[in-house]
Write a protein that binds this ligand. Structure first.
Ligand code: WT7
Length: 572
């Protein structure tokens, strides 16, 4: 917390002054960047691609550098317009209409991006599925969304349980279709050859659907997070000010479009800004990543802490073989960005790694570090202009600085999800009054920087110390009296959270003040003072899943008097 901030380095950034901009910002102004059709409607695919393809100065600019170990392609904005128009015509031929769900289940490839844009052009809703999904995952998502079409590769077809998907009428196959027959199959390349490259875009309202990203909750089946064309407003502006995308940038987002980062910032962010986008397929290796930066002279790089940590542990020997001098701006998302990683980045790239915080449900970045702002390593940064972020208690009351609570966002930002597909009650459960509650715990310091503390039900922060419940539980059960233990963080006005342990006792032990104090001391001596539970409650049973995992969530719900949610995995 009192770590020294890393100051701004001089640069000609798109966002010049955070505070001034934050205080004077209006989303309505951002809309002026878009070309409204004469009908008063828009289409995000038009804004991302066709608009640039129709601009003589931009049409031959490279929109996409695609590469994987077996393939290299280069597509201009004009090419992308042509191919996505052709695919939109294929969709139309097979009767895909506005609002239909069309899913993509395949590895990254140029065809992926043509198809994705084609889906949007007909006004349908794109559902990206991560290529590593197995049969059950594919089934759950296609079934729930009632998808009518799937775009996949012949290799992945065996993971699509067609007999269980009555709504799925057509399957577009990208790849060699020899030996595959059936009325439902459509050969991508064959159809594209015959398709016209002229297409009349389906102009839609900003509130019309465009994207369905399935994401897992802690319990139950995955839920379909529904996003609308209006999200373009946020994608455009966050890419401009956080990614700091500028005309000559070569931008690389390492995320797969099966995840929201790979759509919001692997497709929309760069292309809405008319910037060259690098897509690298295949598996992660440090050599591969460094060589991608070197080869394409990547200037802006958006990745994740896990990857940075892997690169860090690969060491300087690997790093030294590459020329990474093109990099000018590096960003991270998805999990806490450790200060060590930031310091590593300063050492090896002489660049700050900028953390950004958001979620599948939020559709776009909300809390970020900006190139023009001093950085406090370990902090997620400050709310994007137009975003009101706060730390609230469970009743929706705002908490003062330095108090840990629910990280919440005032609802109504442009890229906010508009539905959980077919589950309105689930959608409603995200909101307390006007606040969208993220499920993350955080605090804000006096200077308005936000600090992530963990998912609310797992990692514990007590008096500024982070404690993993598993560690405490493991220690507790080493005590001769303790049979089982479940540990949670209990909100505390002074310490943020205190550690509370629920235990069951072994045969022959009786609950008493002395015994509980002995157990407390045992943990204190075995682990550390701050990890010792301040409260211990003896139970007859600790709730566990059938696979034997302690249901801390349930313990916490009991403790806080909250609804217990889905307990279908609870053991009998
Ligand atoms: C959860 C959302 C949207 C990007 C990919 C993840 C965690 C996200 C950060 C960050 C600490 C972070 C949160 C959040 N998370 N960014 N900068 N620091 N934690 O999207 O799969 O919907 O997960 O990822 O816990 O709630 P997601």
């Amino acid at each position: 917390m009192n770590m020294k901030p890393i100051p701004v380095k001089e640069g000609n950034f798109n966002l010049k002054n955070y505070d001034e901009t934050y205080n004077n910002f209006d989303w309505e102004e951002v809309k002026k960047n878009f070309s409204w059709h004469e009908t008063g409607k828009v289409n995000i695919a038009y804004e991302a691609v066709d608009r640039h393809a129709e601009n003589p100065a931009k049409k031959d600019k490279v929109a996409l550098y695609y590469s994987d170990p077996n393939r290299e392609e280069k597509l201009t904005f004009s090419d992308l317009k042509t191919y996505s128009n052709q695919f939109a015509n294929v969709l139309k031929k097979y009767d895909i209409k506005k609002g239909d769900r069309v899913f993509l289940f395949m590895p990254r490839s140029p065809e992926y991006y043509m198809s994705f844009l084609g889906i949007l052009k007909v006004g349908a809703i794109a559902g990206p599925l991560f290529e590593a999904f197995m049969e059950q995952a594919v089934e759950d998502r296609l079934q729930d969304s009632e998808a009518v079409m799937l775009i996949t590769t012949p290799d992945l077809l065996e993971r699509v349980p067609q007999d269980k998907l009555p709504d799925l009428k057509k399957i577009v196959l990208v790849g060699d279709t020899t030996g595959i027959s059936g009325e439902q199959y459509i050969d991508f390349h064959q159809e594209m050859e015959q398709a016209s490259d002229h297409f009349d875009i389906e102009w839609v309202d900003l509130e019309d659907g465009m994207l369905l990203h399935y994401t897992s909750g802690s319990t139950g089946k995955p839920k379909g997070v529904y996003h609308v064309h209006n999200a373009m407003i946020q994608h455009f502006q966050t890419a401009k000010w956080v990614l700091d995308l500028q005309e000559d940038d070569i931008y690389w987002c390492t995320a797969d479009p099966g995840w929201v980062t790979g759509t919001s910032y692997g497709i929309f962010g760069p292309w809405l800004n008319g910037v060259t986008n690098v897509i690298r397929g295949g598996r992660f290796t440090p050599e591969d990543w460094y060589s991608t930066i070197e080869k394409f002279k990547v200037t802006v790089w958006y990745s994740a802490p896990t990857a940075f940590r892997k690169l860090m542990s690969a060491g300087e020997k690997v790093l030294k073989n590459y020329d990474l001098s093109s990099l000018r701006h590096i960003l991270s998302v998805g999990e806490p960005l450790n200060p060590e990683v930031i310091h590593w980045g300063m050492d090896v790239f002489n660049k700050r790694i900028h953390d950004t915080w958001w979620m599948t449900e939020t559709g776009g970045m909300l809390i970020c570090n900006y190139p023009c702002m001093d950085m406090k390593p370990g902090s997620m940064g400050k709310p994007f202009p137009g975003i009101e972020a706060a730390i609230i208690d469970n009743d929706g009351n705002q908490l003062p600085p330095n108090q840990m609570g629910n990280l919440a966002i005032k609802k109504g930002w442009p890229s906010m999800m508009r539905q959980i597909w077919k589950r309105p009650e689930k959608y409603e459960s995200y909101f307390v009054g006007d606040w969208y509650v993220s499920g993350d715990s955080a605090y804000m310091d006096e200077e308005g920087y936000f600090w992530f503390q963990g998912r609310l039900d797992d990692v514990i922060n007590t008096s500024g110390e982070r404690v993993g419940p598993f560690e405490v539980e493991s220690k507790l059960i080493e005590h001769p009296a303790v049979a089982e233990a479940g540990v949670i963080g209990k909100p505390d006005p002074e310490r943020g959270e205190i550690i509370k342990a629920f235990i069951t006792l072994n045969e022959g032990y009786q609950e008493s003040e002395e015994l509980l104090e002995d157990i407390r001391q045992f943990v204190k001596k075995g682990l550390s003072a701050h990890a010792a539970p301040r409260e211990i409650e003896v139970k007859d049973k600790i709730p566990k899943t059938r696979s034997g995992k302690i249901m801390r969530r349930l313990l916490k719900s009991w403790e806080l008097g909250l609804p217990t949610g889905d307990t279908s995995t609870l053991e009998e």
